[in-house]
Each structure stands twice: as structure tokens, then as C-alpha cells.
Design a protein around this ligand. Sequence first.
Ligand code: ADP
Length: 167
Amino acid sequence: MKKAVFPGSFDPITNGHIDVIKRALRLFDQITIGVARRQEKSPIFTLKEREALVKKVTANLKRIQVKAFDGLLVDFVKQEKACTIIRGLRTISDFDYEFQMALTNRKIAPEIETIFLLASEKYAYLSASLAKEIARMGGDLKEFLPEPVIVAVQKKLKKKKGMRSQE
Ligand code: ADP
């Protein structure tokens, strides 16, 4: 059985991520979506919230598991008994970081391979940060985020705004 891990911050999961997941399902029998803690990125959602949202919007997909993880990605991949890491590539600006990460992971665990799926044209410009920015400006998110994620983002931003106005 061919197993892979698709790791990310998923703060929050976007239609671009879902597109990569669906395409990766054509290549692998089983995919674990690894939701990374990544506290250094100051996510707006907690790890549990991000994991729950990913679970919710991938519930209709078979052969998918969703798990939160902390620590080294290659350790998580081994724990999942997978041998491939899937990453998405959007623009050339993704390349430097992804190249560095893939080579570092190869150095630590040569038996694990990283493969890159090119973003679909439709989502090549889309990032979770951009979606959050559009949400802050009150823009339409239908093209970018699944419905339950739109609701969650709006709720979260309202809460944050409320907290700020109390300061
Ligand atoms: P990380 O913090 O690990 O980069 P992200 O949640 O930002 O986590 O992204 C997870 C993976 O999904 C990365 O490989 C990223 O390049 C990819 N990705 C993000 N948005 C898109 C998109 N619109 N199309 C294709 N891949 C994407």
C-alpha cells in the first residue's frame, strides 16, 4: 500500500490545499494530512481548531486521515509508516524554501522522498495568508475557502477584533 503524508500549517485549509489532496489521492492509496503546530508562524487558529477544520472539509474523501503533529516531520512520516512527503508548489517563491526543506529532510531520512505537485492554475496565487487578508477586508471568500472554513474564519476574526477594541 502506497502511503504519503501531506504536511502543512493549514491556518486554515484552503481550496488550494484540497485540490492538492484530491490530486495526490490519484497517486497514493492512503494519505495522512499532518497538521503541524508551527507556533512560530503565529497561527490564528489553535492546532486543535485547524485539525478539526481539516477533518470537517475532508470528511467526504475516502483514504484520508487527519492528524496533528509536533516535532520533526520525518519522524511523523515514519510513525505513519509512509515513505513520501507531498508538498504543493505555487510560484518560484515557494521553491527556495521547499528545496531547502526537502534536502534537509533527505539528509535526516534518506529513505523518505518528497514529491511536489504543481498548484492548479486556478489556485496558483492562493495562500492561507491571502485568504485571511481578504477576510479581514470583508471580501468574498467563496472562491478560496470551503464554506465551513469561511464561517470559522469570520467568527475568529470577529472575536479577535472584539478583543482588540477592549484593549
Ligand atoms: P506550511 O507552513 O508547511 O508551508 P501551508 O499550510 O502554508 O503549510 O501549506 C502546506 C502545503 O500546501 C505547502 O506545500 C504549500 O506549498 C501547499 N499549498 C498551499 N497553498 C496551495 C495552493 N493554493 N495550491 C497548491 N499548493 C498549495
